[in-house]
Design a protein around this ligand. Sequence first.
Ligand code: S3P
Length: 173
Amino acid sequence: MTGTVILIGPMGSGKSTIGRLLAARLRIPYVDSDQLIVAQTGVDIPTIFEIEGEPGFREREAKVIADLAVHNQDMVLATGGGAILDPHNRAHLRQMGQVIYLDVSVEEQLKRIRHDRNRPLLQTSDQESRLRSLAQQRSSLYQQTAHWRVSGDGLRSDQVLRRILRYLHAQTG
Ligand code: S3P
């Protein structure tokens, strides 16, 4: 039994794709905190940012994570890239299970999500600088929240998945 696995990391690191694959392999539910927020509000993330600003979105994100921590059942939880900004979120995530940091370079992020319209923080003329400054603010928070880090640069999802499964098996013996 693996227990809950939490994926953290920046936008475009593959949390949702790998989260789904991992949940299927472990035969436990896949949960995505962004999807829960969208389901609860009935609008997409850009609309929440537009109406309530980033602070409104962060409040909703913290509430979803606190609720998941209370009703913690085995699952693979994919979090939004900024979930680790809040110290309460960081504590909840670590207490819920194995926290895995999917790390990717800014170059890789740009390749994967340059044309994305669903990420408000990327709607800027200089995406590279935005991603670099987010990485600068957040890398150490990802690092301190995670039990383990895996780099996804140059790897396909199934290769990252295999590494994660190997790590989890080593933890549970
Ligand atoms: C954000 C990342 C997004 C989403 C929101 C804010 C961030 O999730 O939560 O747009 O602050 O990095 P993904 O990491 O799944 O793109």
